[in-house]
Ligand binder design. Structure first.
Ligand code: ADP
Ligand code: TYD
Length: 217
């Protein structure tokens, strides 16, 4: 796959605050004249959205759940993510494969070998360029969720599940420090925005410099 745009993902346990910042990041990038595709997982395609409603509402075997997450992802990559990146658009996705490692791996204890195998199958050559991990203690996330919505299958999980999910996210952030930015999401929305803005502006500058170098080679 030819990749001309940048791929940004948003991660964190439910209620950490990631959705709050997605529109803001989209606008920030568009203000630089760059086209953006904003999408989500599970979902992002017609089939993916059907799988999403099954995944968020029905109980199923852990491995079925993991495989359906990756089935939705395969379709998403083929129909949305890869064509957009190839055409030079930037893609921002509300969750991607790190969520499978955190939820199915950390939360539900699916082995990392099986998750690695699914990842190698579905996207052997693609990783996000930048991953924001919105990190908060689980009681803060839970309080934010309780205040706002009816809880889906994952959001109804217990504290142990979310502790393990959060820890797996943090472990992956340590494993892949080049692309992860851990955002302390206990701060105010304004403070978080300022930090995110700086990180996104750096990425835009980096991409522009690389494109310029290629053009003058
Ligand atoms: P997520 O997408 O991570 O599940 P949301 O962005 O939907 O979380 O946020 C969950 C709730 O918490 C929303 O009501 C949102 O307004 C609120 N919220 C988000 N970020 C903050 C913050 N930094 N401080 C206080 N409340 C927040
Ligand atoms: P999300 O879009 O954050 O839900 P909401 O619309 O309520 O903000 O994510 C849906 C749920 O799916 C979330 O609880 C995490 C879960 N999930 C996994 O368990 N594995 C995955 O690979 C993905 C992408 C999501």
């Amino acid at each position: 796959m030819t990749k001309n745009g940048q791929f940004i993902t948003f991660e964190g346990i439910d209620g950490a605050g990631k959705s709050t910042h997605i529109r803001f990041v989209q606008q920030l990038i568009e203000d630089h004249g760059i086209k953006v595709v904003s999408t989500r997982e599970p979902g992002g395609t017609e089939l993916g959205e059907t799988l999403r409603s099954i995944l968020l509402n029905q109980k199923m075997h852990l491995e079925t759940e993991a495989m359906l997450m990756f089935a939705s992802r395969r379709e998403h990559l083929a129909q949305v993510i890869e064509p957009a990146l190839a055409s030079g658009k930037w893609v921002i996705s509300d969750r991607f494969t790190d969520a499978s490692f955190a939820y199915q791996g950390g939360g539900r204890h699916l082995s990392i070998e099986k998750l690695n195998a699914l990842e190698r199958w579905v996207h052997p050559h693609l990783q996000p360029d930048l991953t924001f991990l919105f990190d908060v203690p689980i009681d803060v996330a839970k309080a934010r969720l309780d205040a706002t919505r009816t809880l889906d299958k994952f959001e109804q999980e217990n504290s142990e599940f979310f502790t393990n999910t959060r820890n797996e996210y943090l472990r992956r952030a340590r494993e892949f420090p080049n692309r992860f930015r851990v955002i302390d999401s206990t701060r105010s929305i304004e403070e978080i925005r300022a930090e995110i803005q700086e990180i996104v502006n750096d990425l835009i500058t980096k991409q522009r410099t690389m494109t310029h170098k290629k053009a003058t080679r």
